[in-house]
Design a protein around this ligand. Structure first.
Ligand SMILES: Nc1ncnc2c1ncn2[C@@H]1O[C@H](COP(=O)(O)OP(=O)(O)O)[C@@H](O)[C@H]1O
Ligand SMILES: [Mg+2]
Length: 369
């Protein structure tokens, strides 16, 4: 009981009872907003990537150590001419990183051409990339420059690179090595100066083993690789991203949406985001549209966010001390609370619970947290 009292006190900003209901519970709204650890993340101004010396910025958000490291990597590799391979699940920000590298490079004033290899039919791929001369094939009614030459002086972002036809992979490698492109049906090669940034959401080891990605091209592209972590492995970024998108869509929809309820924060933090930042962004856009009374509640979030946690969550926002609760229910709930309190930071959560990080991970798995 005394631990319980202490917790309540620490959750109330000034120790008075104005914000408590009749049962002495802090009002739900106070739980998050007056808690120092959570407040830091839910209410801080978005931390955006440092603008480059050229003044371009992508507004990439990230406070997690892994994203901070990626920002440093971007700043280091951008000014070089190195090809870069970006790997990571869909929606983790690969295209954003590529754009950021381009904008921070000396090619920033030249074109950035974005190609999605999965979207180009195999028969057209070569001419899309290298261009063609008039009459090269049926339908080639005029000369075509091709994307590599369009990107001359700039950057070509080749998304889903493992989806490229093998014959085009070989030709691309030659073009990268020689700095020359020859259009389909053409006799002459032209010099091009293009920096290639490639991305894939595939398991590259498998693409290589399965023969879908040429090894020589892979080595050429992966001089420098950046691995984008899934959002569920950097949960500290969720509050800042959520706030950033809330502000952005509120502005766009000309709507005043000032905050998330504590329960909405809770659901946002513990969801596993198979679609990563893109999924979070879409969820917030939807929530801002639905929000009433200036706040986003858990009911404004997509059903998937609620389903994931409905199993053990009691009614209401208060900490669920109930007589019929088993010890493991209580443990699961307490760990969940601690994770929310520390915004998903497992190191700090484990320390506060007095257990090792590996024990915490095991319990999170056991309780599907
Ligand atoms: N760190 C981030 N900060 C802000 N927005 C992000 C971040 N990462 C991703 N996004 C947003 O999420 C969406 C998906 O990002 P994108 O770069 O297209 O991912 P990918 O290419 O890996 O599928 C975009 O709308 C992008 O603006
Ligand atoms: Mg993409």
């Amino acid at each position: 009981m005394s631990a319980r009292r202490k917790e309540q006190r620490s959750l109330t900003s000034d120790g008075d009872s104005r914000n408590r209901d009749a049962a002495g519970q802090p009002a739900p709204a106070e739980l998050a907003s007056s808690d120092p650890d959570t407040r830091g993340l839910w209410e801080a101004e978005p931390v955006v990537e440092e603008p480059s010396a050229r003044g371009f910025t992508q507004n990439m958000i990230g406070v997690s150590p892994r994203m901070q490291r990626i920002f440093r990597l971007i700043a280091k590799v951008a000014p070089t001419e190195s090809t870069v391979l970006i790997t990571g699940e869909s929606g983790t920000g690969k295209e954003m990183v590529a754009t950021s590298i381009h904008l921070q490079s000396r090619r920033a004033h030249r074109p950035l051409i974005i190609v999605n290899a999965a979207a180009i039919p195999e028969s057209l791929f070569e001419s899309e990339l290298f261009g063609h001369v008039r009459g090269a094939f049926t339908g080639a009614v005029a000369d075509r420059l091709g994307l590599l030459r369009q990107a001359d002086g700039g950057t070509l972002f080749l998304d889903e690179v493992a989806e490229m036809p093998l014959s085009v992979q070989a030709k691309l490698l030659r073009a990268l090595q020689s700095g020359e492109v020859r259009p389909v049906g053409g006799a002459e090669s032209t010099n091009v100066d293009v920096r290639v940034i490639a991305a894939t959401n595939r398991d590259l080891a498998r693409a290589l083993a399965g023969g879908r990605l040429r090894e020589d091209l892979y080595y050429r592209l992966s001089v420098f690789t950046i691995e984008m972590p899934p959002l569920r492995e950097r949960r500290e970024d969720i509050p800042v991203l959520a706030n950033y998108f809330r502000q952005r869509y509120a502005r766009r929809l000309q709507k005043s949406v000032e905050r998330f309820t504590e329960r909405a924060q809770f659901y946002l933090l513990r969801y596993d985001y198979p679609g990563n930042v893109r999924e979070l962004e879409n969820a917030i856009e939807r929530a801002v549209t639905l929000a009433e009374h200036g706040e986003i509640t858990h009911m404004d979030l997509p059903p998937a966010f609620r389903e994931a946690s409905v199993r053990m969550l009691p009614e209401g926002d208060a900490f669920p001390y109930r007589a019929e609760m088993s010890l493991s229910d209580l443990e699961a709930e307490h760990i969940r609370r601690a994770l929310v309190h520390f915004a998903g930071n497992t190191t700090r959560t484990a320390r506060s619970l007095g257990i090792s990080r590996s024990t915490l991970w095991r319990k999170m798995k056991q309780y599907s947290l």
